[in-house]
Design a protein. Structure first.
Length: 225
């Protein structure tokens, strides 16, 4: 078990070093999120109340879109450098490869959110009921997205038109998680859905567990193909 965790941490650290050296992945995700938010705001015109009401959903839609961008870029650099092929022939369990890549994707997407969401709250002058609760919502939502996104990115990495295919596959499958995190964020921002908070938390946690289990089991079959 100690070797398992050590190998996973090595792979996570490898991805962190690569992205820190290149810097373009995190910066492109953050810049895309900010520009997409501005586009949504301009599209809603002169009704700020409508935009504030839709802000939790807008934040998560922008997050998913920037996350897809980050997933695609991370695997492109793996494929171009030949690193993925070397990892597949290494004497390492396939679950270690999946966990290493999934945790690295989770960390970078979560870091983008921790920079992007407080900026949104500052601009629109929103007081959060609980910063701990907000962090947990971002964490649970990111874990589910990274688990599914890591598996689907591997599946589509060698397919023509993967840039279009990945969003088509991942967005419909993320609808249950998206609904949960938006409702929970509405509660943290505006105090809505007080009676339903615990139910949304249970649904979000259950969805993450199912996604993580299915993706880590399916990863071995996908990479063998």
């Amino acid at each position: 078990m100690q070797i398992f965790f050590r190998q996973t941490l090595i792979l996570v650290w490898k991805d962190i070093l690569i992205d820190l050296q290149r810097k373009d992945n995190l910066l492109s995700m953050l810049l895309f999120a900010i520009l997409a938010l501005l586009v949504f705001q301009f599209a809603m015109g002169k009704e700020p109340e409508m935009f504030l009401t839709a802000l939790p959903g807008v934040i998560w839609i922008v997050t998913l879109m920037s996350g897809v961008l980050g997933l695609g870029k991370s695997f492109v650099q793996e494929m171009e450098s030949g690193c993925m092929g070397a990892l597949l022939i290494a004497p390492v369990d396939r679950s270690v490869l999946f966990l290493g890549k999934m945790l690295a994707n989770t960390m970078f997407l979560l870091l983008t959110q921790l920079l992007f969401v407080p900026l949104c709250l500052f601009i629109f002058e929103i007081d959060v009921l609980s910063w701990t609760g907000l962090f947990l919502v971002l964490l649970f939502g990111t874990i589910g997205f990274s688990s599914l996104g890591t598996l689907l990115t591997v599946m589509t990495s060698t397919v023509r038109g993967k840039e279009i295919l990945l969003p088509i596959l991942i967005f419909p499958l993320m609808v249950p998680s998206l609904l949960c995190v938006v409702r929970l964020m509405e509660n943290l921002f505006f105090g809505l859905h007080q009676q339903e908070v615990w139910s949304w938390w249970k649904l979000l946690a259950g969805f993450d567990i199912v996604l993580f289990t299915l993706t880590i089991l399916g990863f071995e079959f996908v990479v063998e193909e």
